[in-house]
Design a protein around this ligand. Structure first.
Ligand SMILES: O=P(O)(O)OC[C@H]1O[C@H](OP(=O)(O)OP(=O)(O)O)[C@H](O)[C@@H]1O
Ligand SMILES: Nc1ncnc2[nH]cnc12
Length: 176
């Protein structure tokens, strides 16, 4: 069941950034100390026993909780960024999203075969972004891959969760 504190603090903006998109704005969850702590606590409970060594945060809203959780878990943080932002050699993936195309990349030395990786983003819509990120991370042959979102869109004909390979364990805090 969805947490009422999180529901109460989430802002939705109709028709942004384009007509027809009901934009879920997690910045209002982040600015409120109680909802920020609730997200951190729920994520910690989900992943405290999984042996996570790296958290891959998806640009840009995925960066926020990735760092907070990594500190609690004793894991490192890896930035998964839009093209041209990372200074060293990268590996890339391109993908289709709810509104347009995009590419993401990770430094080529960011993950190794001993890592247990948790990918995190604020929201799952079509799943295109996170599927591309999972495919990217799998190129590094980590021991295990988890994916987590604060919000999963399920009520606007989104089937994002079905896009992932079966070996990727997916969890979400809110289903809307
Ligand atoms: O499941 P999908 O259909 O792929 O959509 C989800 C992605 O879209 C949003 O990011 P956006 O591309 O707006 O980038 P931003 O976080 O840098 O603003 C969101 O933060 C996810 O990363
Ligand atoms: N509806 C939505 N709200 C917030 N971020 C999104 N990314 C893709 N779709 C989105």
């Amino acid at each position: 069941m969805n947490n009422q504190l999180l529901l109460d603090n989430l802002r939705c903006i109709p028709d942004w950034p384009i007509k027809g998109v009901n934009f879920r704005d997690v910045t209002t969850l982040f600015k409120n100390p109680a909802s920020l702590k609730e997200i951190s606590d729920e994520m910690y409970e989900l992943y405290k026993d999984k042996g996570i060594t790296k958290i891959v945060g998806i640009e840009s809203r995925g960066f926020v909780m990735s760092s907070a959780l990594a500190i609690r878990l004793g894991a490192g943080v890896v930035l998964c960024r839009k093209p041209g932002k990372l200074p060293c050699k990268t590996v890339q993936e391109s993908y289709a999203k709810e509104y347009g195309m995009d590419t993401i990349e990770i430094h080529e030395d960011a993950i190794n075969e001993n890592d247990v990786v948790l990918l995190h983003d604020d929201l799952l819509a079509t799943g295109g972004t996170m599927k591309a990120a999972c495919d990217l991370v799998k190129k590094f042959h980590p021991k295990k891959v988890y994916a987590n979102f604060i919000i999963e869109l399920v009520n606007e004909n989104f089937i994002g969760r079905k896009i992932f390979d079966e070996d990727v364990e997916v969890s979400t805090l809110l289903q809307l």
